[in-house]
Design a protein around this ligand. Structure first.
Ligand SMILES: [Zn+2]
Length: 474
């Protein structure tokens, strides 16, 4: 069955401050200092219409609890103080994103209010502004049309929902979010749509101002099949799931007698459940508390001069200069560790593919298979590890074992951890001593190498072991 898809990709920005106040965007605080309880009422928008979706939410008649955090919440998030002017850092990043997608940029940026009554905004609306329209980007020699780039405030994250009460964390509310919307895409496979979403993420990340980690990029996808009805799927948290989500939805629509216009919520396994009717029009009205911002030609030309290296040029450079394979180059481009990777290969004399493999594969394995909390591994830890590696104090085979132990010993210096774990590189003399204790003359070469390698595991380079075994077998 053929399908049409439209993507909405939301990326959290890693600016110092929130979009309309001076609170930190770090989201590091764990314990709330207060809980504020509210019952929200639906607001007829100033255009005079409460939309269907909003009414539906209102009918659920809920009580909302808001967790307040010390340096990550203020009176603005509580809707007790008007919003401050737009954070210039966030606006500049959003404009850079719009420029990278070849968008038309308005002369004046207007903040609008978009009705939301699920309680995730204390104001009952979300502040949003268009920063670019009618853009595109190149994907496999095709132009992918971009309809809008918007800068908006993130909503509060829900922590608990029971009966008619919902608890939200206010520290996420107000974090700047860039949203990139594609036009309707036709004639692509679900895998290609997923790849297009990845590419959009890579372009935004190249500003170096995107947040890292799970939940920092969220995507919604609209799907319509031959049955002609549009269904909105919300909250795909893992990009790798997108192709599966699309396939399941196309299948669901093909089996349904009648497809309803609705919004569905995506579950962790890729299936979706009914959420609410599709929101109607008239959801937007002007935000009168924030004055419009003029965008001058001078400002735009300054921003143009500071645009980052385009992702496809970076890909080519990784392949030609850093000798990475196409696959590894793409993986590192998608990785949250892209910036760190570039810093490390510039600083240390290590084969780029070794560094890329640690970030693209070793870490992923430790996180997925061993449930290691890789967020505990800091940039400094990585610098220390690659410093030791470049000075040949350790071998690359020792890296996973070191990484594995960092979350339990985050304060420890890597060099001390290496000693403790007995991972320091052995000298040739030490290896030879071990060889003499391990092998007998006349033993087959492969068997001898295997025996010695199992003893020196992560403390010697295989080439050195092979050379010394050969010498000692004679
Ligand atoms: Zn605040």
């Amino acid at each position: 069955m053929t399908f049409k898809a439209g993507l909405e990709i939301h990326v959290q920005l890693n600016t110092q401050r929130k979009l309309f106040c001076n609170c930190s965007t770090a989201m590091k605080e764990r314990t709330p200092i207060a809980i504020v309880t509210r019952k929200l009422h639906p607001v007829a928008s100033e255009l005079g219409e409460v939309d269907r979706a909003a009414q539906f939410e209102f009918l659920r008649d809920r009580i909302f609890h808001y967790q307040v955090f010390k340096s990550e919440t203020c009176l603005v998030e509580l809707d007790e103080e008007p919003p401050h002017p737009i954070n210039q850092e966030a606006l500049n990043v959003a404009l850079q994103v719009a420029l990278m997608f070849h968008c038309r940029i308005p002369n004046e940026i207007h903040v609008m209010r978009k009705t939301v009554i699920d309680g995730s905004n204390t104001t009952s609306f979300q502040r949003t502004m268009d920063v670019g329209m009618d853009g595109y980007f190149e994907y496999r020699n095709k132009k992918i049309p971009i309809t809008y780039i918007t800068l908006e405030e993130d909503a509060a994250a829900s922590v608990e929902e029971k009966d008619k009460e919902v608890t939200y964390r206010l520290n996420r509310l107000g974090i700047p979010l860039v949203e990139i919307d594609t036009d309707i895409l036709e004639g692509f496979t679900p895998e290609e749509i997923q790849d297009i979403a990845y590419t959009i993420g890579i372009i935004v990340k190249s500003t170096r101002k995107a947040k890292h980690g799970i939940g920092t990029i969220r995507q919604d996808v609209n799907i319509s099949t031959e049955k002609g009805t549009r269904v909105e799927l919300k909250g795909v948290q893992e990009l790798d799931m997108l192709a599966k989500v699309i396939k399941l939805e196309v299948e669901r629509q093909s089996l349904a007698e009648k497809v309803e216009k609705e919004t569905r919520s995506v579950q962790p396994d890729g299936t979706s459940v009914y959420m609410r009717p599709l929101p109607g029009a008239a959801r937007m009205y002007p935000e009168t508390d924030v004055p419009p911002v003029q965008i001058t030609k001078e400002e735009l030309s300054t921003l143009k001069k500071t645009l980052p290296e385009p992702w496809n040029k970076k890909l080519e450079r990784f392949k030609s200069k850093l000798k990475l394979s196409e696959q590894l180059a793409r993986e590192i481009l998608r990785s949250d560790y892209l910036d760190l990777f570039e810093e490390i290969v510039a600083k240390y004399k290590i084969e780029s593919s070794i560094v890329a493999n640690v970030f693209a594969s070793t870490l992923k394995n430790l996180e997925r298979k061993e449930k290691l909390n890789i967020a505990e591994i800091s940039d400094e830890h990585f610098f220390e590890i690659f410093d030791l590696l470049s000075k040949q104090k350790i071998v690359k085979e020792a890296v996973p074992e070191i990484l594995r132990h960092i979350p339990r010993n985050p304060q420890k210096k890597i060099s001390d951890l290496v000693k403790e774990l007995n991972l320091s590189l052995l000298s040739e003399n030490e290896i030879e001593k071990m060889i003499k204790q391990t092998i007998q003359k006349g033993m087959p070469y492969e068997k001898a190498v295997g025996l010695v390698m199992s003893k020196v595991r992560e403390r010697a380079q295989p080439e050195v072991v092979m050379k010394l075994v050969k010498k000692n077998l004679k």
